[in-house]
Design a protein around this ligand. Sequence first.
Ligand SMILES: Nc1ncnc2c1ncn2[C@@H]1O[C@H](COP(=O)(O)OP(=O)(O)OP(=O)(O)O)[C@@H](O)[C@H]1O
Length: 249
Amino acid sequence: MSAAPLLEVAGLTKRFGGFTAVDNVSFAVGRGEILGLLGPNGSGKSTSFNCIAGMLKPSSGSVRLAGEEIGGLTADETCRRGIGRTFQIPRPFRGLSLLENAVLAAHYGAGGHISRDEAETRARDALRLAQLPDDPHATTQGLGAAGLKKLELARALATQPRLLLADESLGGLDTAEMHQAAAMLKRIRDERGITIVWVEHIMGVLLSVVDRVVVLDHGAVIFQGTPEAAQADERVAEVYLGPPESRAA
Ligand SMILES: Nc1ncnc2c1ncn2[C@@H]1O[C@H](COP(=O)(O)OP(=O)(O)OP(=O)(O)O)[C@@H](O)[C@H]1O
């Protein structure tokens, strides 16, 4: 990473009562990088994500976007600063067209300060990037898991993010769809230079696309490095597969 990182998380800690879900987590994401944030269920990925995106207030630590402190800002404030996010469980407005869903997201991202025409331009661009129809009559009806994930992505892209936080983009997809979803994230980075932090609890397909991974376990970072190094790391293997003696030969 030569230029200053786009996202810098330092000493991030989130406690729920006496329980520490995120424990002194630090990592940085370079501009245009795709970072995989991995870890088994309950390791603190979503809580870290939610602290970065403003859904949760960190107990301590700092979150900087392009050098500016954003820790503790609300979700709509972080969105206006350039953080777009997808949700693990898509919840589109079912009664609205795909285009209207994306238009609303564009208005949200701009804090209501853009015209209808501009919102529609951003929405159409986002739908095309996510390979969905921008025809005003196209609805959410009949969208399967993969289609709903694409709409989730289009809504995040319509906010024109500098940083895209992708939450469990592969959940519920079959193998072919997983590869397509991974390729789409890579294309969005390659074509638009959007920096991506991608959270998944499974490693598989993600490792073929990300530049680096951060692995969490019990709320703490246990590994940072390339996907190749992650696959060769004994601690990473342990949290995913259990201790060596318990693994199938
Ligand atoms: N609001 C909350 N109150 C209390 N505990 C919480 C809360 N949110 C999360 N936790 C706990 O914090 C820990 C980390 O949860 P988190 O959802 O961040 O893990 P995760 O790595 O995203 O898991 P998954 O892959 O299952 O989504 C878990 O033990 C969880 O039960």
